[in-house]
Design a protein around this ligand. Sequence first.
Ligand SMILES: Nc1ncnc2c1ncn2[C@@H]1O[C@H](COP(=O)(O)OP(=O)(O)O)[C@@H](O)[C@H]1O
Ligand SMILES: [Mg+2]
Length: 307
Amino acid sequence: MDQMIGFLREEGVSDGILSDVEAFRKFYKLSPGMEKRIPASQYNYYGTDVWEEALSTILAGENLLLSGPKATGKNVLADGLSRAFGRPQWDISLYINADAASLIGTDTFKDGEVSLRKGPILKCAEEGGFGVLDEINMAKNESLAVLHAALDFRRVIDVPGYDRIELSEATRFIGTMNYGYAGTRELNEALASRFMIIQMPVISEDNLKRLIASKFPELKDDYTAQFAELFTEIRKKCEGGEISSKSLDLRGLLSAIEMMKRGLEVDKALSLGIVNKCFDAYERQLVSDMIQVRFPGNLDRGMVFKA
Ligand SMILES: Nc1ncnc2c1ncn2[C@@H]1O[C@H](COP(=O)(O)OP(=O)(O)O)[C@@H](O)[C@H]1O
Ligand SMILES: [Mg+2]
């Protein structure tokens, strides 16, 4: 976990913020058995400004909403925040059927007595956890209503038939929502007002090079650069309105590189991961042409990866 602080320092996050994060970690202890709920280090989020904004929001005691196009690292950042602050994390999916009872808790019979089986929101509230409310804009209003008092200054959860439960001081909620170039379902104002909101940027070309190099260290350097530059080129065409955002798919690009690593030819892999995301023939051709310019011929694994 202290690796995480080291990483943030290298990223250029200010010393003032980092010493506050360390103080937070020293102050708020974990209950036994909670360490395993701290997300394991996998991949880091790259982007110094976003890191500073996100860390400052949590330090200020606020809840955080990450809004942005697909694959802008919203969940990677949420995991990184739990890791940086050393808090247990609950992934609370607000899929359309999630009702208040399943989120907070339900009465169950155990040894002839009624007892409360605690739901994820309640556990997160009690343990000083970070609750990740994924795709919060897709949740139905009834399930969000239970969150209103938890998310504002009251910091309580009303458990029907039981006491009101106060949130631990360390508890925070981190919402994510896909809000792309094409737009999607909006979040209602009452809920939005309970969060500080970061509009997540698409990863910069330099950071994308670092990301690709860290995921695929066996890739030759000039190809790492080519893939990152291709992504930037597609992004610019999207922003200019020439094509839709369907092929601006970082997950698709990373999966395509993974398939190349397993032996698929470069152009085939990029078709599967990127080109074929477009359902419009004209757009498919445009994207395919961009790829042909950068990756002419049938490049195979041996040409793109180090021995
Ligand atoms: N700024 C970034 N830093 C690190 N990884 C990123 C960044 N932006 C996108 N990614 C990568 O994109 C992929 C999707 O990330 P994820 O957090 O699931 O996106 P989201 O939740 O925004 O759809 C991951 O492989 C992640 O590593
Ligand atoms: Mg996500």
